[in-house]
Every structure is written in C-alpha cells, then in structure tokens.
Design a protein around this ligand. Structure first.
Ligand code: 13P
Length: 251
C-alpha cells in the first residue's frame, strides 16, 4: 500500500504574518489526518519560519526548487544541503512554471532530481502536458519523455526514491481540473512506464495529481487506483480547504 501524500505548493505567495496564520490553522486541524502524509512547500525565505512552527508536528515541509550545484558562485541559487539544513523533507522539481518561465529542460530537471537526492531530500518530480500538446494527442509522448529523462539520468532506483506529480499545465490555476478518468489514464500510463523499468518501483512510487485540486473534487480524484494524493496550489493557501483535501486523501 502506498501512503497517500498531500503537499501544498504555496508558490510565490504569503508573508511572515499570513504564513503564521495559515500554519496555525493547519496545526489546529491536522490531528484528524492520521493516515495521509502532509507537507507544505514554502518560498525559500520563509522555510526557517516554517521549520520553527512545524517542528514536532506531523506536517513536513519542503522547498519549491533546488540548484543543480552543491555550492559556489551561483548567485541566487539554493543548494539541496541548505534546504536540508532547515529540515526540509521534500523539494518540488521541474514544476511547469519553472520549465516555462526559467527554461528548465528535462536534462536540468533530472540533474536537480539527483542534487536533491544527494542532499537526502525527497524530490517531487512534476510532469505534464500543455493544452496544445493535449489537443495534439501527444500527452503520453510528452509525459513519457519527461519521465524517461529522469530515469535515464538518475536511474530507476533513484526515481523510486522520489514522488511523481502529474500536473496538466492547462489545469494549473485555471479552475479546470482533469476529470478523474482523464487523470487516472495518465497516472496509469506513468505507473506503466515505471513498471517497464522496474515493477517494484512502480508499486511503491506515489503519483500525485496537481491542477485545480480542491475540497470539491479531491475525493473523486484520490479514489482512482493510481492517484496517491495531490500537489495543491491555490487551495493550499487556505487552511480549511487544504485540510479538507488532506481529509479526502486520508484513507
Ligand atoms: P493549483 O492548485 O493552483 O491549480 O496549482 C497546482 C500546482 O501547480 C501545484 O504545484
């Protein structure tokens, strides 16, 4: 059995005050979420605050990106060891916003996956097609290419130490969710691609859905055989909504 995982991706949102309020709300309600693993991925400058507020709770935390480098003259970059230094458990890798706005290629994303593992972090590898790619009927080709790049660079055993997040780009922040059936089809494809490399890895790796997941649609999505939780953007900024998604995944 794969333990469900719900991770919040706060993206570039919040302030010290709003984050303290959000975490206060999460801590007050998280006691009901006993089966699912829960995490929040914060903007880097707030990770120290998050650590001090979540230390000793069941909620884990993580970063939203990591450098491919270990240290050195890379202005603005944040090394995996730095995230680990602040107690991060997870780090998001290859989010479509980083691929689109920061030119991250499949190769760079794979290097980041390796860098995260070298620092002992659990990478959450994001894959997903754009609307144009879906309309062209090349969703599996795109997602397969993104996954294969990580498997080729890192090896299937290392990919097995991470988490995959299927985030159709057209569903992110748009209010348009993939139907449970559409999402399940891609999740099954992802698991099949992992299985063709190593069945044991495919059995244990969690594949999360991300893209306008919210309290209304979460239960139906996580009920699908190959959907093991969610990577939540907008709804992770409201304690009640995030906790409701966590509860839906809590079985
Ligand atoms: P939304 O939940 O806001 O659509 O964002 C999803 C996402 O990009 C999570 O990484």
């Amino acid at each position: 059995m794969r333990q469900p995982l719900v991770a919040g991706n706060w993206k570039m949102n919040g302030s010290r005050a709003s984050i303290a309020e959000l975490l206060g709300g999460l801590k007050a309600g998280i006691g009901q979420v006993t089966a699912a693993e829960v995490a929040v991925c914060a903007p880097a400058v707030y990770i120290a605050d998050v650590q001090s507020q979540l230390d000793g709770t069941s909620i884990k935390w993580g970063g939203q990106d990591v450098s491919v480098y270990e240290s050195g003259a890379y202005t603005g970059e944040i090394a995996g060891s730095m995230l680990a230094d602040f107690g991060c458990h997870f780090v998001i890798i290859g989010h479509s916003e980083r691929r689109a706005y920061h030119g991250e290629t499949d190769e760079v994303v794979a290097q980041k996956f390796t860098a995260a593992r070298a620092a002992g972090l659990v990478p959450i590898l994001c894959v997903g097609e754009t609307l144009e790619e879906r309309e062209q009927g090349i969703t599996e080709e795109v997602v397969g290419r993104q996954l294969d790049a990580a498997i080729k660079h890192c090896g299937i055993a290392m990919v097995g130490e991470g988490v995959i997040a299927y985030e159709p780009v057209w569903a992110i922040g748009t209010g348009k969710t993939a139907t449970p059936e559409m999402a399940q089809a891609v999740h099954a494809f992802i698991r099949g691609r992992l299985a063709s490399n190593d069945q044991a890895v495919a059995d244990v790796v969690r594949v999360l859905y991300g893209g306008s997941m919210n309290p209304k649609n979460a239960a139906e999505l996580v009920a699908q055989a190959d959907i093991d939780g969610g990577l939540i953007g907008g709804a992770s900024l409201k304690p009640d909504d995030f906790l409701a998604v966590c509860s839906a995944a809590n079985s």
